[in-house]
Design a protein around this ligand. Sequence first.
Ligand code: FAS
Ligand code: PHB
Length: 390
Amino acid sequence: MTTQVCIIGAGPSGLLLGQLLHDIGVETLILERASLDHVLSRVRAGVLEQGTMRMLVTAGIGGRMHAQGLVHEGFAITRDDDIHRIDLTGLTGGKWVTVYGQTEVTRDLVDRRAETGGVTHYEADGVALHEFDSVKPYVTCRIGGEEVRIDCRFIAGCDGFHGASRRSVPEDAIRTFEKVYPFGWLGILSDVPPVSHELIYASHSRGFALCSMRSRSRSRYYIQCNAGDSIDAWSDDRFWTELRRRLPPGIAESMVTGPSFEKSIAPLRSFVAEPMRFGNLFLVGDAAHIVPPTGAKGLNLAASDVHYLFEGLRGHFLERDNHLLDTYSSRALDRVWKAVRFSWWMTTMLHRFPDQSPFEARIMESELAYTLGSEAAQTALAENYVGLPY
Ligand code: FAS
Ligand code: PHB
């Protein structure tokens, strides 16, 4: 088989890049390790920046997103029993975010690729990348039990944190930066109306909590839990009781609870791999970086990586100009590190760290108190939350 760009991974990065390239006549082939059902069963991000929305509209999937997505012009931060609203739109000169689940984004991209004739091989086993430091890279894998070789001009590693792409790079060619947080997020989905029409980020002496949603009838809630926690230790009743204890009484009392139909624990880490290009292999999205979900940046960073790489590949294939391809890594990393900083800052300010010294705990309490009392600090928070420019 041959193609122009072989994309490893059919998550949001791979599907969005594949669609944008397909729409300008660049041939792509996507290799995905999991089944389509498994990819569509994943519950992850919930908040889209306007830049991400623009990319998705360009890729032809604006319809359902605009019909079902919820525009959010602010969110609340609670500090024990106090409630503070962060006026995103007022502080950023009119910007907002949209609540529309990553599961739906993935479903829309899968449907769009099928409609427009793009090829994705699911359950592709043993994907291996070869000679990406040459002008004739190729990928091998097993599809339906048969060994397959795909010759291509470029490889886009869109296969997430645990994928094959970053691991294919020689150790001496890549530098990684990592911080693992001493806690996780226990999240549930439940078909009950959200407790508030906007998100609530709760900082509490018992730990962090987040009240989010997927629609006006489907809630997404998270609580900070121990890094080694198991969902078996968390019945629905125990979850609801703990969530309510971390919220101001007025909010807790008005919360509608019900059975969860999804429950999972996500570990939290900050991670960046530099550079994001190795010859004709480009790392995109979670394959290159991970952020704690506090700042809702993971999916949105994947979208800005795709923006930079798509621009570079369009220059190469349509204008015979490699400048934007050659600057992909530096342009993407500049925005990545700013989002990594913001996600680390918001996580550190809102969570309780078991290993924190009393001095550090006071400093973080003071960071939150200053932020909630300063329009300048809230403006900085808001401009990062709605998304820095590409
Ligand atoms: P993805 O990991 O989504 O997709 C990579 C794809 O590559 C997957 O389909 C995988 O099966 C495939 N793959 C892996 N190895 C392969 C191989 N060897 N061969 C072929 N295919 C392979 N972000 C937020 O903003 N908010 C959140 O609340 C949030 N919650 C999250 C919860 C969890 C448990 C995780 C893991 C992430 C969460 N994220 C969140 C971040 C998440 O949304 C990512 O940023 C987003 O999925 C990035 O998309 P991709 O880069 O496409 O990577
Ligand atoms: C979500 O709805 O899943 C969500 C929202 C905001 C975050 C993280 C996750 O910061």
